[in-house]
Design a protein around this ligand. Structure first.
Ligand SMILES: Cc1ncc(COP(=O)(O)O)c(C=O)c1O
Length: 450
């Protein structure tokens, strides 16, 4: 542990297990009252409805510009898909059948840029573009966003820039949307970012700056660039409300999908949502959106790699962004490159950390093996970050104390729905996807699943 970390942290068995990079899970000792946490968050739920309305205003623009949004008429949404074969296969490997139903939220196949990060990243680009155009008088508030394609509007946007630091997927979504609108775009990539993401962005005219440091260093570089140039807007993945609002739109959308599939959500039909977590903005925003809709009846569990459990560490210690995984001796390196973050979001930890019901960490070997299992059982090919949520339902089952404290008896668990939030995959080049699958298949029968 580093000198500046409080010396007694390792007395907590959870922190000690995190420091040993062990797979671990912990849940709140008692339910947090959702209404109380929401009221104390200082966040206005109206930002979520405003984001939803913004996505609607841009739907015709997306439908014209991105062919893969045609089937949803320009609305960026992913399917919710049952995963009965994965549920059965995991039950066999983990030695316990899962009561209730397992679903996958297919953000790996989200249009335009297939990852959960695109929900927030694209929203912030749209908000910036609208604001710049309204201020310049080339768009009226509430106008159809196709007005941004006029030469006058494009001229305004071309005089402004946007910068972001990213492990890959946030930069990808921002670069794709911003370059399409004609904003000058710079993406600072951490050493974790995959080469194909940088190449794709450069092909679209985005400036990609590679850093040898981690995610926090890439964010700091983006912040510094924007501070030096007033025409550049900085997207702050550690604290942005616009990103947060974009993620949170998923709450009402998922509720509609569950209703369409005749899935009740109430005290007797609990909903568990297992979210992959890097800096925490994506899962934090989605959890906020879900709690707005379902209150205490939805249970949000964050999933992190064993080498980068920053949100678990920040919330558990109450130190939030004042502690990094390096402070407990972890290297932050993981095959789940999107989740390779050492220091958590202050916005999420401090304001809505109370909405997170549980935290689970997953080893890289398990993430990779799950990539192969998911492909074999459901025919879905994803990147390792996207499988982080799969062990979560079994972690819930195994924690009798948590279930008792939250009234999750056997009858309720039998009626539960578990949604594993998938995040990246559809854009992964075929060769890389093949390599993920080959490695995962080798691990399938080699790892200790129990
Ligand atoms: C594919 C993927 N999934 C999930 C996440 C987690 O989101 P966040 O970093 O906001 O917690 C990331 C982060 O970059 C990601 O790239």
């Amino acid at each position: 542990m580093r000198q500046d970390a409080p010396p007694d942290l390792l007395a907590d068995p959870v922190v000690a297990a995190l420091a040993r990079a062990e797979e671990t899970a912990w849940f709140r000792a008692e339910p947090a009252r959702t209404g109380v946490v929401l009221a104390g968050s200082g966040l206005d739920p109206a930002i979520v409805e405003a984001a939803r309305a913004r996505f609607r205003r841009f739907a015709p623009w997306f439908a014209e510009r991105f062919a893969d949004t045609g089937p949803t008429h320009g609305i960026l949404e992913s399917p919710l898909q049952g995963a009965p074969r994965m549920q059965a296969a995991l039950g066999r490997r983990l030695g316990r059948g899962l009561p209730g139903r397992l679903w996958i939220k297919r953000d790996d196949a989200l249009p335009v840029s297939g990852s959960i990060k695109a929900r927030g990243g694209i929203h912030e680009v749209l908000e910036l573009a609208e604001r710049l155009a309204v201020v310049a008088g080339v768009l009226r508030p509430g106008d159809d966003a196709r007005a941004l394609t006029t030469p006058a509007a494009r001229g305004v946007l071309a005089r402004h820039g946007i910068a972001v630091g990213s492990t890959g997927n946030l930069g990808l979504s921002i670069g794709i949307a911003a370059s399409e609108l004609g904003l000058a775009t710079t993406v600072h990539m951490s050493h974790d970012a995959r080469a194909w993401k940088k190449e794709l962005l450069r092909a679209r005219g985005v400036e990609v700056i590679e850093h040898s440091g981690d995610f926090s260093a890439a964010v700091a570089a983006g912040r510094a660039e924007a501070a030096a140039d007033p025409s550049v807007h900085f997207v702050d993945d550690e604290a942005s409300l616009s990103l947060f609002a974009g993620y949170a739109v998923a709450g009402a959308r998922l509720a509609a999908q569950l209703r369409a599939l005749e899935c009740d959500v109430d005290a007797d039909h609990p909903l568990f949502v297992h979210l992959p977590c890097g800096v925490g903005g994506g899962p934090g925003g989605v959890a906020y959106g879900l709690k707005l809709v379902f209150g205490d009846d939805v249970h949000c569990v964050f999933a992190e790699p064993t080498h980068a459990p920053c949100m678990s560490l920040g919330v558990r210690t109450g130190l939030h962004d004042r502690i990094s995984v390096a402070d407990i001796g972890l290297d932050g390196r993981t095959a789940a490159d999107g989740l390779a973050v050492g220091r958590p979001s202050r916005l999420v930890g401090e304001r809505v950390g109370g909405l997170i019901d549980g935290f689970a960490t997953v080893s890289d070997e398990r993430l990779k093996a799950l990539v192969a299992l998911l492909h074999a059982e459901e025919g879905i090919a994803v990147e390792p970050s996207a499988t982080a949520g799969f062990p979560g339902p079994w972690r819930v089952l195994a924690d009798a104390g948590y279930r008792a404290a939250f009234g999750l008896d056997d009858a309720r668990m039998a009626r539960a729905n578990h949604v594993v939030w998938s995040t990246g995959g559809s854009m992964v080049p075929a060769a890389e996807r093949g390599a993920y699958l080959a490695e995962g298949r080798q691990l399938l029968d080699a790892i200790d699943w129990a």
